[in-house]
Unconditional design. Structure first.
Length: 163
């Protein structure tokens, strides 16, 4: 069954787009942030960027979740920053055929969005570390996040493999 990895820096709209996309596909939505160990959440809330070592256990958990859901009849949308190619490759090993959708946006737009949100553990001041870590995907569906949510989701659905 179709599994989609929705990637982008924090503030790019992964959760909002992911939930709407899953609803439109009659699928399941997972937000990778919900799977972070508590120590990772504490670091991010304190403004401390995560290291690769911090992320490895989290990526292993996500890989397990993808494997568990691979045989299910409903599509799956996983919203996950997955900023580095090695992170995406790790997830793709857990789910061959994983379709990557990259939510692209300017630093200015994303910073503005992050300043408006309340109660999120990732603060706007950490955005530069996200862009510094970002290795833009080569083989991905790329969408511009400056458009309204319904149009963004329609664009993704049109670009998905037809199987």
């Amino acid at each position: 069954m179709l599994q989609i990895l929705l990637i982008g820096v924090s503030g790019s709209g992964k959760s909002s787009v992911g939930q709407r996309l899953a609803d439109q596909l009659d699928g399941e939505f997972l937000d990778a942030d919900a799977f972070h160990p508590s120590e990772n959440r504490r670091k991010m809330a304190a403004g401390i960027p995560l290291t690769d070592a911090d992320r490895i256990p989290w990526l292993e958990i996500l890989g397990t979740e993808l494997k568990i859901r691979r045989g299910r009849p409903r599509p799956l949308v996983l919203a996950c920053s997955a900023l580095k190619r090695s992170y995406r490759e790790r997830l793709r090993k857990a789910s061959p055929g994983l379709v990557t959708v990259y939510l692209q946006g300017s630093r200015e737009l994303i910073h503005e969005r992050m300043q408006r949100r309340r109660g999120h553990f990732m603060k706007a001041g950490m955005l530069e570390s996200q862009f510094a870590d970002l290795e833009e995907p080569v083989n991905a569906i790329r969408v511009d996040i400056s458009q309204p949510l319904p149009g963004l989701v329609r664009e993704i659905i049109r670009a998905l493999p037809k199987d």
